[in-house]
Ligand binder design. Structure first.
Ligand SMILES: [Zn+2]
Ligand SMILES: [Zn+2]
Length: 71
């Protein structure tokens, strides 16, 4: 697989969208691996910092609500 940006051999794959990227074009973003409720009703998130990111896609920080599926 080649880099999405420069067509050279890729070193990794974007965690968010699956595009392949080489080291030169790799960016990083924190990635939420898990969200859970604590006993006192708060949300906690397990976050991996420096997750491989392609720099092209636009991952959302929070889950978005989807409308139009209830017809
Ligand atoms: Zn590249
Ligand atoms: Zn991506």
């Amino acid at each position: 697989m080649n880099c999405w940006h420069c067509e050279r051999p890729a070193h990794g794959v974007c965690r968010f969208c699956g595009r392949a990227v080489c080291k030169e074009h790799t960016k990083t973003l924190p990635y939420i691996t898990n969200l859970y409720h604590t006993q006192n009703g708060r949300y906690k998130a397990l976050v991996v910092a420096e997750t491989l990111y392609c720099g092209v896609c636009r991952p959302k920080e929070d889950p978005i609500s989807v409308s139009g599926l209830d017809e």
